[in-house]
Design a protein around this ligand. Structure first.
Ligand SMILES: [Zn+2]
Length: 123
């Protein structure tokens, strides 16, 4: 069985890969500029400030401009992308979007296995 140090190092590596995946998605799909309905892939922090598993996700969101705050906000649309969630010409990028979606699934599965091992050690 792996020790705590190895598992936490692996966990950090997975978190890093998830961040890289979000960066890659952003670079491929329009950079940092936001506009209404823009599809966004991002990580999320939970309410627990000491959560060792944060950030969570990445999840899919749509950007929308909040006229009151004059800022873009993000509406959660799901943890995995379905064709029915796409808008406009996004369908033509389905293969690439699915690539990201599959990468998310793969990384989340790896993360879950590491967390499971860590929880075993805590007992
Ligand atoms: Zn958390």
């Amino acid at each position: 069985m792996k020790n705590f140090r190895i598992l936490t190092t692996e966990l950090e590596a997975i978190k890093h890969q998830m961040e890289q995946l979000c960066n890659l998605f952003r670079a491929e799909f329009g950079g940092d500029g936001l506009k209404n309905n823009k599809l966004v892939l991002k990580l999320a922090n939970c309410a627990n400030k000491k959560c060792p598993y944060c950030p969570h996700g990445p999840y899919w969101y749509r950007a929308f401009f909040n006229t009151r705050t004059r800022k873009f906000m993000f509406k959660y649309i799901g943890s995995s992308l379905k064709k029915s969630m796409l808008k406009g010409n996004e369908m033509q990028h389905w293969d690439r979007l699915k690539f990201y979606d599959n990468e998310i699934k793969r990384l989340k599965k790896e993360k879950q296995l590491i967390i499971k091992e860590l929880k075993k050690l805590e007992k």
